[in-house]
Design a binder for this molecule. Structure first.
Ligand SMILES: NC(=O)c1ccc[n+]([C@@H]2O[C@H](COP(=O)([O-])OP(=O)(O)OC[C@H]3O[C@@H](n4cnc5c(N)ncnc54)[C@H](O)[C@@H]3O)[C@@H](O)[C@H]2O)c1
Length: 452
């Protein structure tokens, strides 16, 4: 924990009383969400089906079946190996299928978890909603802009819960950060910067391919779904993030987490006004059509955002929220999963006479010191403060818990289709700007992205 000398009076003048009261802390643990340990009666359980048992789906499945009062009633994947993996995770007999429609037809299934690649989000959500199921769909909510508006309309029409899977709004770290911002801890926020770097094949989505993956073990045509026709490709199945046909590159994979967090913190209820991207494909020339470096500057009403991802140099994920009262940093989502505040009083800490002749500078400086210097022994230390999530804390677990609670109690989702759509549109704007080499503008009336 770093500290620096700052007059408490000066600092208190520059912040609100409520924020000032928080400075007593140093690095404090946050309380984990209270999830009951006792299971509900079996008749009261929420029963889910899961479609997609991949990297994300296997984690969602493993975490969900440990939640009290939550049961997996069926699992679906198009690849035999992942159907087998679902059975391994569940560890007891469970219905499995390669047709997700089999799960939607079942009356004993309340809701669907949908961790499928992005090009499948829209169709799966629409089918699930029209079958009367609530849906947890992974981020980004959409692959194309128009999809979001039909998903919002369907959620309304069928009175179903939709929760999007970027877990930030359920994280205790983001809850703390939002409370700090609302207490004006850094004053009025002008700028938020978020950055992340990776430097490994796995970090650049060059994932391993199961040796038995073949047209015999994978239903390739269904996997392609609404995407353009393409010959069977082991790489495209395993590394779909590398192609715009199925994903959105760094924006849909990584920016979306920062954007979700920022929209949550700042109470954003619409897409950004403008986005301008710069980037390129510098290293991973393996046939992909998405950049491996991308920086995007966004205009939001009242503040600005810059996001930066590189797949070519490692850097821990960090979000810096800046205002005249100082800087709040959110560090990592998994590790260290913390929020820190560094206060600033926004005042001169010395005379501000720049390159004046001595006969002017000397009296100015003397006067400044006489008026501002602390009397010996009166200075106090103001400490930067930090709060961290408990060890092994999982915001994904809390996010799942929130979803299942919404299904059970019908309380609104913590990250509904409107919220998910706004974050996804911000991703699409970044790509629009990058691929069209122009500033992307959100046309709210026409519900589309245009060039400036
Ligand atoms: N919230 C997070 O932190 C987080 C982390 C990772 C991934 N994700 C998201 O989760 C989703 C899945 O990503 P992943 O890394 O698990 O991908 P993946 O390729 O590892 O797994 C997807 C699985 O879905 C299956 N599938 C695809 N279409 C299907 C269909 N129509 N019916 C049944 N099964 C189908 C595939 O065969 C595959 O096994 C993506 O939207 C991704 O952005 C979110």
């Amino acid at each position: 924990m770093t500290t620096r000398k700052l007059s408490r009076r000066a600092f208190m003048e520059a912040t609100t009383g409520a924020a000032g009261a928080a400075w007593a802390g140093k690095a404090l643990p946050l309380d984990a969400t209270q999830i009951p340990t006792k299971a509900a009666a079996p008749s009261d359980a929420v029963r889910f089906g899961i479609v997609g048992i991949g990297m994300r789906g296997s984690d969602l499945l493993a975490q969900s079946i440990k939640l009290p009062g939550v049961e997996c009633a069926g699992a679906c994947d198009l690849y035999d190996g992942r159907v087998e993996l679902a059975k391994e995770i569940i560890g007891k007999p469970v219905t499995t299928t390669k047709r997700y429609q089999d799960l939607l037809e079942r009356k004993d299934i309340d809701c669907i978890l949908a961790p499928v690649p992005d090009h499948w989000h829209h169709n799966l959500v629409m089918d699930a909603l029209s079958a009367g199921k609530d849906v947890y769909v992974e981020k980004p909510m959409t692959h194309e802009v128009p999809e979001g508006f039909s998903m919002i309309a369907a959620a309304d029409r069928y009175h179903r819960i939709v929760q999007v899977g970027s877990q930030e709004p359920s994280s205790v770290v983001y809850h703390k950060a939002k409370a700090l911002l609302e207490s004006k801890v850094v004053g009025d926020v002008c700028l938020i910067e978020s950055s992340l770097g990776r430097n490994s094949p796995c970090g650049a989505w060059v994932y391993g391919i199961p040796p038995d993956l073949s047209p015999e073990t994978l239903d390739w045509n269904t996997w392609l779904g609404p995407a353009p026709k393409h010959a069977f490709s082991r790489k495209r199945w395993a590394r779909w993030r590398c192609w715009m046909d199925y994903g959105e590159g760094v924006t849909g994979d990584l920016f979306v987490h920062s954007l979700t967090g920022i929209h949550y913190l700042m109470g954003v209820t619409a897409p950004p006004l403008r986005a301008s991207s710069s980037g390129g494909l510098f290293r991973w020339r393996d046939g992909r059509d998405v950049p491996d470096v991308l920086t995007t500057a966004y205009d939001y009403p009242g503040f600005r955002v810059t996001l930066r991802v590189t797949l070519n140099t490692g850097e821990d994920e960090i979000t810096r929220v800046m205002g005249p009262g100082g800087m709040m940093k959110i560090l990592g989502i998994e590790n260290p999963n913390a929020v820190t505040v560094w206060p600033e009083d926004g005042k001169n800490h010395g005379p501000c006479d720049m390159a004046w002749p001595q006969k002017l500078a000397d009296p100015f400086e003397q006067k400044w010191h006489a008026e501002h210097d602390l009397k010996p022994g009166t200075g106090e230390t103001v400490e930067a403060s930090g709060w961290y999530a408990p060890p092994h804390y999982s915001s994904t677990r809390d996010h799942l818990w929130n979803f299942f609670q919404s299904v059970k109690t019908r309380r609104p989702s913590v990250e509904d289709a409107v919220f998910g759509n706004n974050a996804a549109i911000a991703c699409h704007m970044a790509n629009y700007s990058y691929f069209n080499k122009c500033v992307a503008v959100w046309d709210a009336e026409q519900k589309r992205i245009t060039r400036a």
